[in-house]
Design a protein around this ligand. Structure first.
Ligand code: NDP
Length: 290
């Protein structure tokens, strides 16, 4: 069984990005600048945003963290987005999700300029990706594509089953994997909460990608011998033996599934760090597009 070590691979890619940023700096070019908008005090979101900002610093990007209280109004948040759209100093920015319930995530997403949409969530980038045109690809699915490619995992002709159809993970994942180029060319099945006999679909998968948000739902009996398992889930599970009172669990029961898998991502340290490098790759691209 091969551990698909996203943490270590992300370090390698960050070194590569750092070399590129150093070269840009020496040529007196513009250093990539990523801004992140964090609304409210959601603990998981704070960790994600902190990791993104820290990663920027590691590779020599500029980064800005814009914090707003959970009580911010829709209009005020739209103003923040407009200011970032218009700021020539900012190459790309993200609005960390989820937003507090009174805010309309779709309306905020639609307000983000596609040229600065380094999360790859806006309709223009999703549409361009679907048509196979140059685009800022959604960070998590693209991070998984990079992981598969760098570990030399063949996708062409493979049966891939994706669990979860969110706009930011499951659905774009199916588009990237089924596109007519490498990596891609897979035969993809997309499963969701209305899927009948989920386990039967999973057992057909050469590559199984779980993005559901239910801790350890995928168990060994649902996995084909020798399958590649990509676990996107990041779930907090109560654990009184831990100082912080919880542990992080994926959507896959790692301990039982690893015995059957040919390769598997751990949680944490698998897809999460790849999402961040993918975001940074998009930001570098945005800074060079001008
Ligand atoms: P969403 O909650 O937006 O979507 C969950 C999907 O899972 C939905 O399509 C839902 O189906 C489906 N689903 C829920 N229950 C079942 C079930 N019992 N059987 C089959 N399908 C089910 O989640 P996200 O895509 O945003 O996130 C998924 C997980 O990935 C979460 O744990 C999240 O924290 C994590 N994540 C990790 C990232 C990373 O960088 N590693 C980045 C983003 C997310 P339906 O559509 O029918 O409701």
């Amino acid at each position: 069984m091969q551990l698909l070590d996203g943490k270590s691979l992300s370090q390698t890619i960050k070194e590569e990005l750092k070399t590129e940023v150093d070269a840009i700096r020496q040529a007196a070019g513009k250093i990539p600048h990523l801004a992140a908008v964090l609304v409210g005090d959601d603990p998981a979101s704070q960790v994600y945003v902190r990791n993104k900002v820290r990663s920027c610093e590691e590779v020599g990007f500029r980064s800005s963290l814009i914090r707003r209280p959970a009580t911010i109004s829709q209009e005020e948040l739209l103003e923040v987005v407009e200011t970032l759209n218009d700021d020539p100093d900012v190459d790309g920015f993200i609005v960390q999700l989820p937003l507090p319930a009174h805010l309309d995530e779709d309306a905020i997403n639609l307000a983000i300029s596609p040229q600065k949409d380094v999360d790859g969530f806006t309709p223009v980038n999703i549409g361009r990706m679907t048509l196979g045109l140059e685009a800022y690809l959604p960070a998590t699915p693209n991070g998984i594509m990079v992981l598969l490619e760098r570990y030399g995992i063949e996708t062409s002709g493979k049966e891939v089953v994706v669990l979860g159809r969110s706009n930011i993970v499951g659905t774009p994942m199916t588009i990237l994997l089924s596109r007519k180029r490498q990596p891609g060319n897979a035969t993809v099945t997309l499963c969701h909460s209305r899927t009948r006999d989920l386990a039967a679909h999973c057992r057909r998968a050469d590559i199984l990608i779980a993005a559901i948000g239910i801790p350890e739902m995928v168990t060994a009996d649902m996995v084909k011998e020798g399958a590649v398992i990509i676990d996107v889930g990041i779930n907090r599970v109560d654990d009184s033996s831990r100082k912080r009172g919880y542990r992080l669990a994926g959507d896959v029961d790692f301990e039982s599934v690893k015995a059957k898998a040919s390769a598997i991502t751990p949680v944490p340290g698998g897809v999460g760090p790849m999402t961040i490098v993918s975001l940074m790759m998009n930001t570098l691209k945005a800074s060079q597009a001008k």
